[in-house]
Design a protein around this ligand. Structure first.
Ligand SMILES: C[S@@+](CC[C@H](N)C(=O)[O-])C[C@H]1O[C@@H](n2cnc3c(N)ncnc32)[C@H](O)[C@@H]1O
Ligand SMILES: [Zn+2]
Length: 303
């Protein structure tokens, strides 16, 4: 917790852990205080921003996605994210990076990234934010179980209002979650990078063939962001075979098709005992631009 420059969601002042006998409370100078849950996360989403129903993914969605990710089907993608982050940090000479994962879900990528950077002798600290309390709670439990709570933290918060000071981070990761261009730029240092993932043309084509009579390839997405310049694109592809119907369902539920597919077409998928599909992602590496639109110290060549 200490490595992160927490900011109070009420008043914007710095939030710091209280000394003994209350080390499990974060408090600002205006005495707004937030309990650190026993799992290790802190809920910094103000009640008035929570709305009626619990926001973010619910416990069932979290469980399904956890089972799928922990089975390793997206490991190649996670490895690609890790390599790209390490290369970017090493080429900028950053030895003790702070990385935020905006919309971290249950922290699969955040956790693996933090462990990987530390295995490569960087004194990395990673923090994940998500609206889903169930997801954040799971992520924190895993961090604690692996003894990583000193370098890996999670908070319930909106990625549009992350409870971090301006310029607190070297990098922001944003994987399959909403994009908050200005907020990402705010929490980044001047040279900071943003790593975003988007599906490539063939992503999940095998799954689509199993569901739809006329499957389409994805349109390639290249978001133009006003506070960032696109520096590099890395394509990651793999072919995975799912031999467990629960994993097939979980994968389907993780996709936007889940919400758009008829019951009849969904049944085709739910009847399968095995599915082989290509997975294909583009990792978009952006660098923060200053107010004049220039990158102070470009990490890689633009194109
Ligand atoms: C498709 S999941 C991706 C999770 C994770 N990055 C992964 O790839 O496994 C999208 C996540 O964004 C979260 N989310 C949606 N809107 C959000 C917001 N405004 N602030 C923070 N998290 C949000 C959801 O709760 C969900 O966990
Ligand atoms: Zn405050």
């Amino acid at each position: 917790m200490e490595r992160f420059l927490w900011r109070c969601p009420n008043c914007g002042a710095a939030l710091v852990p209280l000394p003994q006998p209350h080390p499990t409370v974060l408090q600002c100078e205006n005495r707004h205080s937030f309990d650190i849950a026993k799992q290790g996360y802190v809920n910094l989403l103000l009640p008035q921003k929570r709305g009626g129903t619990p926001p973010g993914d619910n416990a069932d969605m979290v469980r399904a996605r956890t089972a799928f990710l922990e089975a390793g089907y997206y490991k190649a993608f996670s490895d690609g994210v890790n390599r790209l982050c390490l290369d970017t940090l090493q080429s900028s000479g950053i030895r003790a990076p702070v990385i935020a994962d905006a919309g971290c879900g249950e922290g699969y990528y955040t956790h693996r990234l933090c462990a990987y950077l530390r295995e490569h002798r960087l004194d990395a600290a990673c923090v994940g934010f998500d609206l889903s309390k169930d997801a954040v709670s799971h992520a924190s439990r895993c961090a604690k179980a692996d003894g990583m709570q000193h370098c890996l933290s999670f908070a319930v918060a909106s990625l549009f209002e992350m409870p971090l000071a301006d310029g607190a981070c070297d990098g922001v990761m944003n994987l399959f979650a909403p994009v908050a261009d200005a907020e990402f730029a705010r929490i980044l240092k001047p040279n900071g990078f943003l790593l975003m993932a988007v599906p490539a043309e063939n992503h999940l084509f095998g799954l689509k063939c199993a569901v739809y009579d006329t499957p389409y390839k994805n349109e390639v997405r290249r978001d133009v962001l006003s506070h960032f310049r696109l520096m590099d694109v890395t394509r990651i592809t793999d072919t995975v075979t799912l031999n467990d119907n629960a994993h097939i369902r979980a994968l389907f539920q993780m996709t936007p098709y889940y919400w758009k597919t008829s019951q009849k077409d969904q049944q085709k998928l739910f009847a399968l005992s095995s599915l082989t599909t290509e997975i294909a992602f583009d990792l978009l590496l952006y660098q923060k631009v200053d107010a004049r639109g220039s990158t102070p110290n470009p990490a890689k060549g633009t194109f």
